[in-house]
Design a protein around this ligand. Structure first.
Ligand code: G1P
Length: 287
């Protein structure tokens, strides 16, 4: 398949996690032993992506450093015989190749994706928002790729949410369904519950076709006066089919202190080296 690129918008401010993100890009907050964005890159690589197109803004340069070789540190670890640590340091820049694209003004998620147009070229691509971490036996992006290989249309990750929460998300209207795969008749960004066409929220994983770039060029600012990716995708519906997959497993939000804490706890409980320490700490708390 031609799906070798994954666009990762990482230009946004981490306003839901201040003051931790005052100086540190939110994408570098650690979840267990690695930054949030490394989990995202690992998910994209597992789904077959080989080239990450990361959209950054001023102040996000530390993300680039994380995915670049660090010769002085590597030499030191080598001299000290710290083999596992050296391996961990090298892993992040050996995962994939990286293209760094700048979004110089905060004009919205659709605009951020449009900034990646040249780097992606005329190929279909994956796109993921690194604020959510995939948790479950089959990573969410892999589930979307499976659907893409059958339908060859844009594919969105969908999750049913309580009606009162739909205004936090893009929302999808269904034309017809095949099990967990739905052909969409419309998408709307952050509708009020009473106006929402369904309870299906668009989550931060997408497979997109290159016609999205022309659609985004023609997309006027929408909700929040920003150029919305949802509106660009909406413009593709009609010209061709767009599908959504009600994925299995979970996407865990790591963009707020509460979500981050819960995600760390859940992953730690599954981690052979950390589970005992977490359980011991919780016993102390509940004793
Ligand atoms: C973005 C998208 C929205 C989607 C959400 C998923 O919104 O615009 O359609 O439902 O991500 O997390 P944001 O959370 O950036 O406001």
């Amino acid at each position: 398949m031609d799906l070798r690129h994954c666009v990762i918008p990482a230009a946004g401010l981490g306003t839901r996690f201040l003051p931790a993100t005052k100086a540190l890009p939110k994408e570098l907050l650690p979840v267990l032993d690695r930054p949030v964005i490394q989990w995202a890159v690992e998910e994209a690589v597992a789904a077959g992506a080989r080239e990450m197109v990361v959209v950054i803004s001023d102040g996000k340069e530390l993300i680039q450093q994380h995915f670049s070789p660090q010769p002085a540190l590597e030499q030191l670890l080598e001299q000290r015989g710290k083999v596992a640590e050296l391996e961990a340091v090298r892993r992040s820049d050996h995962l994939a190749s990286f293209v760094w694209v700048r979004q110089d003004r905060p004009l919205g998620l659709g605009h951020a994706v449009l900034c990646a147009a040249e780097a992606v070229g005329g190929l279909p691509f994956m796109c993921m928002l690194p604020d959510d971490l995939s948790y479950g036996p089959v990573p969410v992006l892999t589930q979307l790729i499976d659907a893409y290989s059958e339908y060859h249309t844009p594919i969105l990750a969908l999750k049913r949410v309580p009606r009162e929460q739909i205004s936090r998300y893009g929302c999808a209207a269904i034309a017809e369904s095949h099990g967990r795969v739905h052909r969409l008749s419309a998408v709307v960004e952050k509708p009020q519950p009473q106006d929402a066409p369904s309870d299906l929220a668009i989550m931060g994983r997408y497979v997109l076709t290159p016609d999205i770039f022309d659609a985004l060029r023609d997309t006027a600012p929408g909700t929040g006066s920003e150029i919305q990716l949802t509106d660009g995708i909406g413009a593709l519906i009609g010209a061709g089919a767009v599908h959504g997959v009600e994925f299995t497993g979970e996407l865990l939000d790591v963009g707020t202190p509460a979500g981050w804490l819960a995600t760390n706890a859940r992953l730690a409980l599954d981690h052979p080296g950390l589970s005992a320490a977490l359980r011991a700490a919780m016993v102390l708390v509940t004793a």
